[in-house]
Ligand binder design. Sequence first.
Ligand SMILES: *Cc1c(COP(=O)(O)O)cnc(C)c1O
Length: 239
Amino acid sequence: MTTISNRLQDILATIQSAEAASAYHQHVQLLAVSKAQPASAIREAYVAGQTIFGENYSQEALEKQKQLTDLAIEWHFIGPIQSNKTQIIGQNFSWVHSVDRLKIAQRLNEARVSITPPLQICIQVNISNEDTKSGVLPTQLEALAEAISVLPHLKLRGLMAIPAPTTNPAQQIAQFTQVRECYDALINKGFALDTLSIGMSNDYETAISQGATIVRIGSALFGARAALKNTATSINSDT
Ligand SMILES: *Cc1c(COP(=O)(O)O)cnc(C)c1O
């Protein structure tokens, strides 16, 4: 039987060779996406060496965090954010990848006032993915980045995107290139960014070839997700 530990070693080896082949010479981190997985699976991955985990649903994440307080896990929030969840998210995660509007950024900033270090932020960009309404349009990206940069309890690190699912490598590359161009444009304007959060189970090698610094991998590590809550049908709601 293939275990989480076996799959983790395989994924890390694949990441390493993709990294070595990448023209960007970047360091790539694996974010283990544990939505719809029990705390026991997270513990298993942790024991095998994985310390960074991503969750999409704040309530579900909090329940698991309570069971794993003995582990030095760095938690990343990667799901859509409702404004009534900003307090929980701002106080219980180190990173948020899915900021796509100023109001949410401002509320996260307020939630973070008495906590150090600042919350590490990626702006989610919508690169013509009609399946998701999440993400700021590239034309509105610079204004949002500008506004987030002045919030003292947030630290803008980079961009995140969820491309439309496709197994066609040319289409994958075209979508990642769009995100990469947004990222480079911000850096050229003077934003000190170091994080490009693109790539999931089916396309992370391609994402690394296009400059990904964080790949968010769920099913390739933990196996298929059980049809828990609303996760089977949508990765885009936090109900
Ligand atoms: C579920 C999810 C992932 C992981 O997807 P897999 O295809 O299982 O690797 C990555 N990013 C986000 C935002 C997700 O919601």
